[in-house]
Design a protein. Structure first.
Length: 175
């Protein structure tokens, strides 16, 4: 029997970090909106209503996983799996009726990652500049249910600097 991915379930990774199972991300095309206020010459960019709803859902899941306030520590992101939805709703031909069809549309991995990193901003970490490493892999999962995004987050520990560095052998003293 195949296990199902359920958004909202967070799994501890045994003290090394946390694995969050988040809802399927909003498309980057629907995440930010821009407009030019009357009398201005430049556009103002803001989160769309879809983005605010996604960020709220992500926030609740992160809080359930133990993120009470954003950390100021450096962050490392481990495995990321984008699980596409199995079906989606579409208007029937020649009608306004919505019907469920097999999903053939999947977000790009990089756009899904950008949206998710932005949604976790100010919830898991203070600012996304704290992300010092994305270890990966970043991959697609099997389509199921309404889809999800699984992300592993942990504190970044920089590698120790080597005490001695071996230089390559050369044939002469000067290169």
């Amino acid at each position: 029997m195949r296990s199902r991915v359920l958004p909202g379930v967070s799994i501890s990774m045994g003290g090394y970090g946390v694995r969050l199972v988040l809802p399927y991300p909003v498309s980057a095309n629907r995440y930010w909106r821009s407009f030019v206020p009357k009398g201005w010459t430049r556009a103002v960019v803001h989160l769309s209503d879809d983005a605010k709803a996604y960020k709220t859902a992500v926030g609740w899941i992160a809080k359930q996983a133990g993120f009470k306030s954003p950390t100021e520590k450096p962050i490392e992101i481990g495995k990321i799996i984008l699980v596409p939805p199995a079906t989606r709703m579409r208007k029937a031909a020649g009608s306004d009726e919505l019907v469920e069809v097999k999903n053939g549309t999947v977000l790009n991995l990089d756009n899904a990652l950008k949206v998710t990193i932005d949604a976790l901003n100010e919830i898991v970490y203070v600012d996304d500049e704290q992300i010092k490493r994305i270890r990966g892999p970043i991959e697609y999962g099997e389509p199921q249910g309404k889809g999800a995004l699984i992300i592993e987050i942990e504190e970044y520990v920089p590698p120790a600097a080597p005490l001695f560095v071996e230089l390559p052998a050369t044939t002469s003293a000067w290169p």
